[in-house]
Design a protein around this ligand. Structure first.
Ligand code: TRP
Length: 454
C-alpha cells in the first residue's frame, strides 16, 4: 500500500512539474500584453473566435507533434531533426527555430523591459491617484526615452542570461508552481472588478460578439500567429521540453492541459482589459501600449491599488522571465549539445548578441521611429510581424509535415499511446496532423501572401 501510494505520487509530481514548466513557457507576455492588443486592433469577437479555432485545429496538434519529436529523440531541435530526419535537409527546421528564437527574444526582452519599468513605477506608487490621461502620458514618456528603454531591455536580458547560465531554471520552475496560480488568482480578482465596471457590457460584447465584417486575410494570419506565439510553438521550445519528459506521461492529456491553461489566462486577461477600455473611453486599437495604459488606470483607483499594482507587475515580470528563459535555453542548448560550448559561455555570448540585436527595437519608438520597413511598420513591429506571422507558422507547418508524413506511424504511436491510450484518439490526431493542420496553415499563409484569392 505504502509503495503503491508512493509510486503514484511520484508519477503525479513529475507530470505536474512538466505541466508547470511548459505552461510557464506558454503563459507570458503573449497572453496579457499581446493577445489583448492584437484583438483590439483586429476588431474583437471574430478575431477571438478564429484564435480559438486555431488553438484547437492547429496549436494543439502541433504541440503534440513537438512533444513526440522531443521525447522520441531526447535532443535539442537541431539534433532531433538530424537524428530523425535521415535526409540532411530537415536540420534546417531546427536552424529556423534557433533563428526565430533569437529574433523573438530580442524584442520580447524590450517589452520585458517595459514591464520592469512599470514594476519600478508601481513600487514608487506613481500610478496612485493619477488620471487616465496622465497614465497614458507615462507610457508615451517611456516610449520617447531611448536610454531608459535600452537600460531596462539590458536588465531584463541580464536576469534571463544569469538564470540560464547557472542552469537554475529548473529551480525557477518550482516557483512557477506558486506564482502561476497566484497570477491566475489575481487576474480573477481583477476580472471581478472589471465585470462590475460600467464598461463591462461593452467590453464583453467587443470580446465575444463576432463581427465578421472586420475580418481580413491579415487578421486570420494574425490570429493564427497569435496561437503559435501564445502556446510557444513553431520553433522547437516544446521539442526541448518534451525531450525531458518521462515516458509514462500521456502527451495527449499534457497538451490538453497546457493549451487549456494558456487559453484561459489569455481570455481572462481580455476580460480584465476590455471593460476598462470602455469604462474610461480608451481606444481598443491603441496597439502595443494597451496593457500599459489600462491596468495602471485600475490600480490608480482601486482600494489598496498601490500594493496590488506592485504584486501584479512582480508576477507578470516572473511570467515574462519564465517565457524568455525557454527562448534563450533553446538557443543555448544547441551550442552546448552540438558545439560543446560550456553553458556559461553559450549563455553569455548569446545573451549579449541578443541584447545587441534588440537595441534597434528598443529605439524604434524614438530615435529610429522614422525607419519604417514594409507597410509603415517600425523595426519592432516588423520583427514581431515577421516572427509571429511567418516564421512561427512556417516552422509549425514543417513540424506538422515532418511528424505526420516522415515519422513512421509506429514511432508516433509509440509515443502517444503510452499507458494503453485510446487508439481512436491517436487516429484522429494523426489524421489532423497529416491533413488538416498543414493544409490550414498553408492556406492561410498563401492567402495572405496573395498567391490564392478567396
Ligand atoms: N508563449 C510565450 C508568451 O506567451 C512566449 C514564448 C516563449 C514563445 N517561448 C516561445 C513564443 C517559443 C513562440 C515560441 O509570452
Amino acid at each position: 500500500m505504502e509503495l503503491k501510494n508512493n509510486k503514484s505520487r511520484e508519477l503525479w509530481i513529475s507530470k505536474i512539474g512538466f505541466i508547470f514548466a511548459a505552461a510557464g513557457s506558454a503563459i507570458g507576455l503573449g497572453n496579457l500584453w499581446r493577445f489583448p492588443y492584437v484583438t483590439g486592433m483586429h476588431g474583437g469577437g471574430a478575431f477571438v473566435l478564429i484564435y480559438l479555432l486555431s488553438i484547437i485545429a492547429i496549436g494543439f496538434p502541433i504541440m503534440m507533434a513537438e512533444f513526440v519529436i522531443g521525447r522520441r529523440t531526447r535532443r535539442n531541435p537541431v539534433g532531433a531533426f538530424a537524428e530523425l530526419g535521415k535526409k540532411k535537409g530537415w536540420q534546417l527546421v531546427g536552424w529556423l527555430g534557433l533563428a526565430t528564437g533569437f529574433i523573438l527574444l530580442s524584442y520580447y526582452s524590450v517589452v520585458g523591459g517595459w514591464i520592469l519599468d512599470y514594476l519600478l513605477k508601481s513600487f514608487r506608487g506613481l500610478f496612485h491617484g493619477k488620471s487616465p490621461s496622465e497614465i497614458s502620458g507615462m507610457f508615451d514618456m517611456l516610449m520617447k526615452n531611448p536610454m531608459r528603454q535600452v537600460f531596462f531591455h539590458a536588465l531584463f536580458l541580464v536576469s534571463v542570461t544569469y538564470i540560464v547560465s547557472r542552469g537554475i531554471h529548473k529551480g525557477i520552475e518550482l516557483w512557477n508552481k506558486i506564482l502561476m496560480p497566484l497570477l491566475f488568482g489575481m487576474l480573477l480578482l481583477l476580472m471581478v472588478n472589471s465585470l462590475f465596471s460600467s464598461g463591462a457590457r461593452e467590453g464583453l460584447k467587443f470580446l465575444f460578439c463576432p463581427d465578421f465584417s472586420k475580418i481580413t486575410a491579415a487578421s486570420i494570419l494574425e490570429a493564427m500567429g497569435q496561437a503559435f506565439f501564445s502556446l510557444s510553438l513553431g520553433l522547437g521550445t516544446m521539442i526541448t521540453y518534451g525531450s525531458y519528459l518521462r515516458r509514462d506521461v500521456s502527451l495527449m492529456s499534457s497538451a490538453t492541459e497546457i493549451c487549456a491553461l494558456d487559453t484561459m489566462v489569455a481570455l481572462v486577461g481580455g476580460i480584465v482589459i476590455f471593460p476598462i477600455v470602455f469604462t474610461y473611453g480608451l481606444a481598443p486599437s491603441a496597439g502595443p501600449g494597451l496593457f500599459f495604459v489600462t491596468l495602471p488606470v485600475v490600480f490608480s483607483v482601486l482600494p489598496g491599488g498601490r500594493i496590488v499594482a506592485f504584486f501584479f507587475f512582480l508576477i507578470v515580470t516572473f511570467a515574462a522571465i519564465t517565457s524568455a528563459i525557454s527562448m534563450l535555453e533553446l538557443v543555448v542548448s544547441y551550442f552546448i549539445d552540438e558545439r560543446r560550448w560550456t553553458r556559461k559561455k553559450a549563455s553569455i555570448i548569446m545573451g549579449f548578441a541578443i541584447f545587441l540585436f534588440g537595441v534597434p527595437s528598443a529605439l524604434s519608438f524614438n530615435i529610429l521611429k522614422d525607419v519604417t520597413l514594409i507597410k509603415e511598420m517600425n523595426i519592432f513591429s516588423f520583427l514581431d510581424f515577421l516572427v509571429t506571422n511567418y516564421m512561427l507558422p512556417i516552422g509549425g507547418l514543417l513540424i506538422a509535415i515532418f511528424c505526420g508524413w516522415f515519422l513512421s506511424r509506429k514511432e508516433s504511436l509509440d509515443e502517444i499511446r503510452v499507458l494503453g491510450g485510446n487508439i481512436i484518439v491517436y487516429r484522429f490526431w494523426r489524421f489532423i496532423i497529416r491533413y488538416v493542420t498543414p493544409f490550414a496553415v498553408f492556406l492561410v499563409l498563401s492567402w495572405k501572401a496573395g498567391i490564392i484569392a478567396i
